[in-house]
Design a protein around this ligand. Structure first.
Ligand SMILES: [Zn+2]
Length: 145
């Protein structure tokens, strides 16, 4: 009798799945494919982020999805310790990332200790799994280009 060899169990994701709305669906669908996309106005060409039905600059309803570089810097950050955030073993670094495209994006910075966090730290996007088989864009430190 042979024993079945099983791959070591990968821990289940503990991050809460994103709340997908009609306007944000294309963003989250792209994230599930590990693509980081933004939305530009189809008329004036300015970024409209987060995704929304109408351009806040010229009120156009024309929208264009564009791939983002995934590069940015830490604009600001905090470490919410109390109450302990659900789904995290350690309190996460919650940061406002200033993307190279000029968009401010709220996310987590991973792979760095709170002591090593710095303003203007260069970061790049990566994706972490969430519950219900979705993926979430987070950022990790990168060396300057
Ligand atoms: Zn516009």
């Amino acid at each position: 009798m042979t024993e079945a060899t099983e791959a070591p169990a990968t821990p289940k994701p503990t991050r809460i799945a994103p709340i997908v709305t009609l306007d944000s669906k294309s963003f989250w669908d792209a994230a599930d494919r590990e693509e980081f996309v933004g939305q530009k106005c189809g008329d004036c060409g300015q970024f409209t982020f987060p995704p929304r039905p109408m351009c806040p600059h010229c009120h156009s309803l024309a929208r264009v999805e564009v791939k983002l570089s995934g590069y940015g810097t830490v604009h600001s950050y905090t470490i919410p310790r109390h109450p302990h955030p659900f789904g995290f073993k350690e309190a996460p670094v919650v940061a406002v990332i200033l993307l190279d495209e000029g968009i401010r994006f709220v996310s987590n910075v991973v792979g760095v200790t709170p002591e090593d966090m710095k303003f203007d730290m260069p970061v790049e996007v990566m994706f972490e799994p969430t519950m219900n088989q979705h993926k979430l864009p987070v950022f990790r430190p990168r060396s300057t280009r």
